[in-house]
Design a binder for this molecule. Sequence first.
Ligand code: DSN
Length: 415
Amino acid sequence: MNYENLKKVDKESYKIFVAEQARQQDYINLIPSENYTSEAVLEALASVFVNKYSEGYPKARYYPGNENVDQIELLGQERARKLFKLGKEWFVNVQPYSGSPANLAVYIGLLGKDDTALGMELAAGGHLTHGHKVSASGKLFNFIQYGVSWDGVIDYKKLEELAKEKKPKLIVAGTTAYPRTLDFKRFKQIANSVKALLMVDMAHIAGLVAAGVHPSPFPYADIVTTTTHKTLRGPRGAIIFAKNKELAEKIDRAVFPGIQGGPHDNQTLAIAAALKEAASEKFQKYASNIVRNAKILSIELSKHGFELVSGGTDNHLMLIDLKNKGISGRQAEEWLYQAGIIVNRNAVPFDPRKPIDPSGIRLGTPAVTTRGMGKSEMKKIATWIKEVIFNPKSVNKVRKETLSLTKKFPLSYRF
Ligand code: DSN
């Protein structure tokens, strides 16, 4: 893709696109939910499938001309099953536009409005769509939130007590800012003890699960949702897995016609391509490098005196608690951005500050690992973070240094 036509037709948009391309090249991106897709995925997203309407499901569409869409959707489903080593009993829906509608579809499909569900609270590392009161999940359903202990780790005993007291129909296990391995077996025991269904939202860790560097939720979960663009490196999109036909039919109906119209078929094509890539040995190596880089970065940050929530990481991300540094997450985010390092401000467990300007920052290694960075770069990045946070006057000096590093790790996109 050379974007010559965009340049010719719309100079203003083209200019903004070029600026974004340069921004992505010139910054060290540590936002753990972001990544760089492959060229194959980008090509798929820009394909003529974008022109098609295909409400419905394979072989049961409300529009003609879907013979190729059917094929790509079925291929995506099959690849998803294969990647996560699932039998035919698992049903796969690749149509959700993204993670939030995927989660909402599960709730709409399986919960009545008076049914209770448990989800992890945002400040403890959960997601808005796991029952936060400002999200549709919290407004439409009776979600009760669970959290972590003072050490930043899920308190499974307390969760079990909560489940026994509240008798939920659904328990959601899933996180967006939780650096530790999730104990899916324990979640399932708790769900079983109150006859609840277990839904796992593995959006953040899907690529790690695919590569076998995080335990799989599939032996335990009844429903699994995931986005496709985080550690999985696909397009923005989502997949819902359901363990049997009865669950799948309810969820499928909730996706379409419940909350969505026509699926984005170009996105489906790109998901299929990403799933093929994720099944490769190269991807397995990539995922284990993400975890290795995160471990190195967390150790280096600790050596520099930063306090990490839960003391470190098992996965692709970590949280720095800045309370003892006397600055807020927002301030740290701003200084680091000026220095060429992108992290995002994030609440820490029991955060006394508001989510708009919380006490922590969240860092992850999927994107830098995609660019090929390794041990020595992680050490450098940790040192730069220390320099900037301890001495903000150093931002301009550090910016020069980060720019020279990003030049050495070009994004592979050649537009
Ligand atoms: N916004 C994503 C994240 O940053 O974790 C989750 O949806």
